[in-house]
Design a protein around this ligand. Sequence first.
Ligand SMILES: [Zn+2]
Ligand SMILES: [Zn+2]
Length: 364
Amino acid sequence: MHCQCVHEFGRPLRSDDRPDLAPQGTEVVLSVTAAGVCHTDLHIRDGGYDLGRGRKLEFAKRGISLPLVMGHETAGKVVATGPDAGNIDTRKTYVVYPWIGCGTCAVCKGGNEQLCGTPKFLGIHVDGGYATQIRVPHPKYLFEIGNMPPETAAPLACSGLTAFGALKKVENTLKDHAPLIIGAGGLGLMCAQLLRAMGAQAPVFVDLDPVKREAALAAGACAAIDPSAPDVVAEIHAAAGGAPLAVIDFVGAETTAELGFNAVSKGGTYVVVGLFGGGAPWSLPLIALKSITIRGSYAGSPGEFAQLMELARKGEISPIPTTRYQLDEAEAVLNRLAEGKIIGRAVLTGVGDYLPEAADQRVR
Ligand SMILES: [Zn+2]
Ligand SMILES: [Zn+2]
């Protein structure tokens, strides 16, 4: 097999050739046909997150060991199965659920492997999809993509699931009450589509960028509000027909946390998804007086991914625009992503039928 590999944090990826993967037990090996390139991958390659004020979250101290094949948004076909993997349809293309836990702790047994304390996330803790082959520990992590192109299905495992997982936290409010969504970037717009597919009320958006507010309206928002307006909370309440019972924050900054808290209804829920950073701005007595729930959301569970894939297979989610690249362009693609030059999602495709000559010609 051929892969693009992190050997040293802060250094370019390296091309490696290794023996083909041989599955054991319940494992399956897929020939990769699409591997999404995510912003998280940039942070992994660079070795951590900048936490501001000179602080850094270092992956080397967080159990991420090298060499590592990145890529947590992977689609492909099964080419080999372990003796205990059972029968798998090798004609179908699957997208891989990557947020895999230990499988034995209380959190995993409760169905939330994405929250396991000893994660084995594909492409983050163990080898992922920037390769011609990927090893998956059990076929239960494979989800059929139906008629979707693999490059459309692969990113659902990350951005799609993150948006869906956040909405599931407030699902009981969505039929009758418009939620407030803070941030009209990729995840926010994905939410607008999912809300429609779930038969929910059209959301109210806030975003500083007028272009993104237009995009939110085009995606089905009932209103898109500029958060710098002095009466922004009153505007939100007017647009939502009252204080929203659910607020989802895809930014996660101190300013948006304050806005979400001020806008949410008494008894409502404010969900933080974005990782912009900072400290909590809320007054403790007001949390009690408003009796609100403040909670986080990270990716989504295997059960939620099954539901999301069902919606996607029915064609109820329109594809995110994608640009295709060859596997050996991974380093160049990461650099373009860092420069903000990738429109939509970059996906490494044709990965399973890798042709070194073709890739060499396309490297830019
Ligand atoms: Zn991702
Ligand atoms: Zn676990």
